[in-house]
Design a protein around this ligand. Structure first.
Ligand code: PFF
Length: 440
């Protein structure tokens, strides 16, 4: 059998996994969620959930992948070969199809904005809302940008681990960080920006309700790319000497840092121009362009911002595609090129109804973007996470997993605490989230 490809270096792996985690979830969703859910109080809860749930689940995914040395389905079934675990793995593959089909449509809007800033569409006092709504309800334009984005994603995945995902992550992630810092400095030095910072981070505990906790849980899962095998797949390319828990902590902190930084760009800028921060999804595509339109050199900064958004989305999209492609390579025995091209094409096709339904061209009034988003984030991801911790804690056995982690001098002092969490605490908590997500 051909030897499985591995990451070329620790840094390459960290960039790729952080690249998966850092995406639209950080730059688009996080700042809005913070603003709407009690500012700093939300950040505190997010932090707590990240450490108590997110990181333990991420460790579980990495260890299953490294042990199984295969895609999500193959990794589960190489440890326990039953139809149940095949099914759990397959749910992850299905999530990859569903999430990427809408993720790429949204990312495509972002790519089109790069060109809108180049051509100066937002200069002066234009109605950014009608530009945005005009774009997403147009039957053909967004499909073109979705195609462009899927083509880039497919190209990178087609190149494989070392020459594709790792190489491009090492190039794109530092670029992303540079752009973020630059834009944050620009936003924070605007007149009136500090009011925004205070609004953004001032803890208001009266805003914390049961659904705030649920919202931050969902956000942690989506943002850290958990529950659908992305980290299992990336873990399968890890060498035995890598410190899994250490890397999981680092990747999660990087994800948090970028999310908070994104807030430092968006919220102060919106405040400085006297606009409403609680504008939900419209914040990035309608409010922010209005801010750039009114700012000196706004076209330049707007251009940079949407390059940044595209880079962040791209490194996440490749991990979504890789989950599915790795499945077809290992289980169906396709070669990488065939798998990437066929799967990339299918996901592009699935994105068509997603995009058309934004303009009301749909079946039975279904908004496919909303539908695919809800099925995955409310059901598939938490269920996938729940099944993964049950698998590691009870089916494979926590002791075996610890042994897999503690190799070649890796200590993992908190191993027993991790084991306790994934065996007893997380199954109950995740079951609770799942049920309340479904019925509340
Ligand atoms: N973590 C990505 C984001 O925050 O945008 C989204 C994502 C990527 C979710 C990969 C799930 C996944 F497997």
């Amino acid at each position: 059998m051909e030897k499985r490809e591995q990451w070329g270096s620790r840094l390459g792996f960290i960039f790729a996994a952080a690249g998966s985690a850092i995406g639209l979830g950080n730059i688009w969703r996080f700042p809005t969620r913070v603003g709407e859910n009690g500012g700093g109080a939300f950040v505190l809860i997010y932090l707590l959930i990240m450490f108590a749930i997110g990181i333990p689940v991420m460790i579980s995914e990495f260890v299953v992948g490294r042990k199984g040395q295969k895609n999500i389905v193959g990794s589960f079934t190489s440890i326990k070969k039953t139809p149940l675990w095949y099914g759990v793995g397959f749910m992850g593959v299905l999530s990859g199809f569903l999430i990427l089909s809408f993720y790429s449509v949204i990312a495509g809007w972002g790519v089109s904005y790069i060109f809108k800033f180049i051509t100066g569409t937002f200069s002066g006092n234009v109605d950014t809302e009608s530009i945005f709504v005009g774009l997403i309800t147009n039957p053909t334009q967004p499909l073109f940008w979705h195609l462009v984005f899927m083509a880039m994603t497919t190209f990178i995945v087609l190149k494989g681990i070392g020459d594709g995902i790792e190489k491009y992550s090492k190039l794109l992630m530092p670029t992303l960080l540079g752009l973020l810092v630059l834009l944050a400095i620009r936003a924070l030095t605007l007149d009136g920006a500090w009011e925004g910072v205070i609004w953004y981070l001032k803890p208001d505990f009266s805003e914390i309700k049961a659904d705030t906790i649920l919202a931050s849980l969902g956000q942690v899962f989506f943002s850290l790319s958990l529950g659908m095998g992305a980290m299992i797949t990336y873990g399968s390319y890890l060498s035995k000497k890598e410190d899994i828990p250490g890397n999981a902590v680092l990747i999660s902190l990087a994800d948090l840092l970028i999310a908070v930084l994104a807030g430092f760009i968006i919220i102060p800028a919106v405040f400085a121009f006297g606009l409403e921060p609680g504008a939900g999804a419209g914040l990035v595509f309608m409010t922010l362009p209005a801010v750039f339109g009114a700012m000196p050199f706004g076209n330049f900064f707007g251009f940079l911002f949407f390059v940044l958004l595209t880079i962040a989305a791209l490194t996440s999209a490749i991990s979504l595609l890789e989950v599915v492609v790795a499945y077809f390579i290992d289980e169906v025995k396709w070669d990488r090129k065939k798998a990437a091209l066929i799967v990339g094409t299918i996901i592009f096709l699935m994105g068509i109804p997603v995009s058309l339904s934004q303009g009301g061209i749909t079946i039975a009034n279904i908004d496919f973007l909303d539908l695919f988003d809800k099925i995955t984030s409310l059901v598939f991801l938490p269920l996938g996470g729940l099944m993964t911790v049950i698998f590691v804690g009870w089916v494979w056995g926590g002791k075996n997993a610890l042994e897999e982690i503690r190799q070649e001098g890796v200590k993992f002092e908190l191993g027993n605490a991790w084991l306790f969490l994934i065996k007893y605490v997380l199954p109950i908590v995740l079951l609770y989230i799942l049920i309340s997500g479904l019925f509340l």
